[in-house]
Design a protein around this ligand. Structure first.
Ligand code: DC
Length: 208
């Protein structure tokens, strides 16, 4: 059983993916971590994120054991990831790891931008999670506030819009809803309601 959950930043897809995986006892892969780790490794080696050859070398030498690095969290790491993610050879280098993960028995949940379209086009369940940019910015802003970080809401919104445009505007494997994916708009939905909707969909697929 392969469950593909795609969507933009702060849509709630990561939280949903983890909860769904836990509920069904499936493995879970946050594929954004792969791109975040590539960007981290490029920067650590002293190269610019736009350096195609440095990014390709980092992607080919990626160590999955480093995916729980706290340096991969946060919006700066996400923005950096979005830059290296535009490079087609970087994306190609990360495909095998993601596809092998997806085949883990008894099932796997992968969340990202191109899971339903490119990584696992044959996934059993595909969901595209979204919410308006304003609501996503508000969620991020609330997280920042809770941590005591001072950042203007307008800045958070502008960052989200830039990231959306970069991820959906790239020619190679852009963020997109697969034709056979269910659209889940979480703008006015609690995480509980979104979770129930996804679990219901999967149960209908698995059967009684
Ligand atoms: O999901 P995230 O915010 O951790 O992702 C960070 C960036 O990585 C995202 O802005 C674009 C890129 N990404 C991608 O291109 N394809 C994926 N499947 C996952 C992430």
């Amino acid at each position: 059983m392969i469950i593909a959950i795609d969507g933009p930043a702060a849509s709630g897809k990561g939280t949903l993916a983890k909860r769904v995986a836990e509920h069904f006892g499936y493995a879970c892969l946050d594929t954004g971590l792969l791109y975040r780790a590539v960007a981290r490794d490029v920067a650590r080696q002293g190269f610019r994120l736009e350096d195609i050859w440095a990014a390709i070398a980092a992607a080919r030498g990626l160590d999955p054991a480093s995916f729980d690095d706290p340096a991969l969290r946060g919006t700066a790491a996400g923005d950096a990831a979005s830059i290296v993610a535009r490079i087609p050879v970087v994306r190609a280098a990360l495909l095998t790891y993601q596809r092998d993960f997806a085949r883990r028995p008894p099932g796997a949940v992968l969340d990202g931008r191109d899971i339903g379209t490119i990584v696992c086009p044959d996934a059993d369940v595909k969901i595209f999670v979204t919410a308006t940019p304003e609501i996503r910015a508000k969620r991020r802003f609330t997280e920042f506030e809770a941590r005591g970080d001072t950042v203007a809401y307008e800045t958070v919104l502008a960052d989200i819009l830039v990231r959306d445009a970069r991820d959906s505007g790239r020619p190679n494997a852009p963020m997109a809803q697969a034709a056979d994916a269910m659209l889940l708009d979480t703008s006015n939905l609690s995480i509980e309601a979104a979770f129930d909707a996804v679990v219901g969909l999967i149960k209908r697929k698995i059967g009684p």
